[in-house]
Design a protein around this ligand. Sequence first.
Ligand SMILES: Cc1ncc(COP(=O)(O)O)c(C=O)c1O
Length: 393
Amino acid sequence: MAASEKSALSVPLLDLKPQYAALADAINAAIQSVVSEQGFILGPKVEAFESAVASYCGVSEAIGVSSGTDALMVAMMAMGIGSGDEVITTPYTFFGTVGTITRLDAKPVFVDIDPLTFNIDATRIADAITPRTRVLAPVHLFGQCADMTPIRQLARDHHLEIIEDAAQAIGARYGEQLAGAMGHVGCLSFFPTKNLGGFGDGGMVLTDDRVLAQTCRCLRNHGMEPKYFHSRIGGNFRLDALQAAVLQVKLPHLDRWQDGRRANAAHYRRLFEQAGISRKPEILAQDEGMDGIILPTEAPDCHHVFNQFVIYTPKRDALLKWLREHNVGCEIYYPLALHMQECFRSLGYREGDFPHSERAARMSLALPIFPDLSQLQLERVVSVIADFFKQQQ
Ligand SMILES: Cc1ncc(COP(=O)(O)O)c(C=O)c1O
């Protein structure tokens, strides 16, 4: 390919069309089968998909729900979380993790992240536990598990329950254990950008607790059991048969896609090192003016599934502008940590309370990582970033 053609190559942050094209016949047939049967809400297609995900994730019960946010909501409702309860989590996550806690009138209590993994710093959790703490809610951000051994130990010591927000981490492993199967409850999202993404919203609650699973099934359908009799107040949190049918076709391909994401991450690492612009993660704490980028850290014994490939650079905003000008997709996850959000002002946190989360919000940038990226596209991303640092000198 000529240099001019290569420089014209655009690289989207995510392009789902090749994935659909490869599976179009099977997906179209699955959709047609739902349409022919005219059974759209719950039913056998949802049940079959629940069994498949339960077995993929290594749990005995899976409850299909309308989104990852609703998975968190249903799980917390089933556990009776409400007014006066505290839930410990991270301020550096998607809004849904914390929005659900506050919608139930419980109080989110934030603990800062480990800057290298972006996940809750387990060594700081003990200080945040009070007599009102009910749940530890670690988030496996960007596709890598939080440090679950100390978190589980704390939960045992303090008689707390664990809700894993595994929305971004289906299939990620911590040692031999799978994301979503290490706590009392795990929550998945099938939002289209996730590693297993549907054709709309969807989510799932995972658990080994049969009684809790039964409560979740009841709550996702208005707390109705039997029909039109309500012993508890639930909502409409049901998973559509169309989503389940599409996702069922995709699930057997998930491991291959995860391998593709991991291979892209490894390739980026080689290319950035060759280009001389990757810096040691330790420099983050020492030099916020450094040139170059810090690549994602894979914690020992963690199988990262790279829902996102997130780098650090102090020149983040200028780099983002440069990448977009050069037709390379990128995104900030997340530009404002949750303790600084206007809607959570009443929690009483202030700037400076969680410095690692605040720095991540200032300096992090997600680059394209989806499995259908070509070698040329990966090279293009790296060369555009290398050019950015050259023209800075
Ligand atoms: C960490 C995290 N938690 C919760 C959610 C909520 O999932 P959904 O968008 O399916 O409601 C998401 C998805 O965006 C997420 O990334």
